[in-house]
Design a protein around this ligand. Sequence first.
Ligand code: NDP
Ligand code: 2IT
Length: 470
Amino acid sequence: MRRAGPAGRPPDKRGLAIMAAFNFTNSYLRDVYETVCRKDPDQPEFLQAAGEVLESLQPVMDQRPDLVRSGVVERIVEPERTLLFRISWVDDHGKVQVNRGYRVQFSTAIGPSKGGLRFHPSVNLSIVKFLGFEQIFKNSLTGLPLGGGKGGSDFDPKGKSGNEVMRFCQSFMTELQRHIGPDTDVPAGDIGVGAREIGYLFGQYKRIRNEFNGVLTGKGLSYGGSLARTEATGYGLCYFANEMLKAAGKSFQGQSVVISGSGNVAIYANQKATQLGGKVIAMSDSNGYIVDENGIDYKIIQEIKEVKRERIKTYLEYVPGAKYVEGCSGIWTVPCGIALPCATQNELPLEGAKALVEHGCFAVAEGANMPSTPEAVAWFQSHGVLFAPAKASNAGGVATSGLEMTQNSMRLSWSFDEVDQRLHGIMTNIYHNAAKAAAEFGMEGNLVAGANIAGFLKVADAMIWQGVSY
Ligand code: NDP
Ligand code: 2IT
């Protein structure tokens, strides 16, 4: 018979199934996690993200009873504030449309809540909470004063006109503006939210609040945006991967690279991986993937996706010798040395991990948030694959958002090179801090555990110093 959780009632079947993926030997953390699973059995992505972090904190808890006394873990798994609101807008045919808006301000322990907005039909509270939870530790790893949050909507930008996107963004911000601010909560982009959407959101914020400030990041360069923010997540991913490869005596040089996705992160990961000597031979969107053994030029993808907003299949019109395969999951069967999943959560399951390892892949660095399932991560780690977890390797985007906030506060703009150099320094530090934390707690080489522990400890200490206020 399964033990009941601290509140008396065991998690239901869905919660138990997710719990089974994790191995808890520390009874305190197991109880906390069980309570989370019992409270939110309908939030599988959030439970997955929380389980992964809590599992890797076990060696820390064994050494730090003060963390147990101060209830830090119980507190950190509960968002400080969760906002759920209606967004009504009128489409081009005059029909009223209604979407749901979310903003989860997860933690302000070390700075204002900070994290992107995602517009995608799959967005729900589970997705927003998993992203917001990951963001707490990621932002802590950057070394910048950034709390963690996330938001978005189930609005689907695909097939919408520019005017519809603008009206939606204006309606979204009409509500969100009362909850955010440059010292409170600073949203940015994520899936489906790029420069165009940030512009419309910023315009509406300014109109309602009559304030020109750094309330959003990822802004256009003419109104407070930072140079290199567009490129930052993809570049940062490759800087991190390069550091991890270097420590193992390897590099991008001469390696075939497979990148899933073809959005903001994927495009600039392609550019940087190519600059570092790799050859990007496959990319995807949610419909399918392309393979070009001669190397995919990131500028073509940029034109297809950012300018024309078309499907990746269009690549064949530019490079007729390339191959297109319908369905995106097969991309992991393309033989490569290095894989960079840059599309979405759980896009790399166990079968994908097995195929990658079988075909010689020796390094995986996550550009998307939580793209590998726990089973896939375990497969990589048990087969000697160098593995860079998202909250460390994709932190370059939010780090550069932090640099954008700094520039906005100073009312100054740094050059591209200055921002890029700072980004490079931050990613190098994150790698070394994660590697050091893993070694300190007896898990040398395990960057998943190292990133979770290093990110957590800073936030936990801040929470202890600030007392039980939240
Ligand atoms: P974009 O919207 O620019 O691109 C998303 C890409 O992923 C598109 O190619 C899209 O294909 C594909 N994709 C999205 N959802 C799915 C799905 N359910 N199945 C298969 N493919 C899918 O987003 P970003 O590049 O900004 O974000 C990609 C990932 O990186 C996300 O996980 C995001 O959270 C993460 N991230 C983003 C950061 C940023 O600064 N933008 C920073 C750190 C992490 P399609 O066009 O067909 O939908
Ligand atoms: O997941 C992420 O780190 C982002 N989407 C970027 C967040 C930000 O505030 O720049």
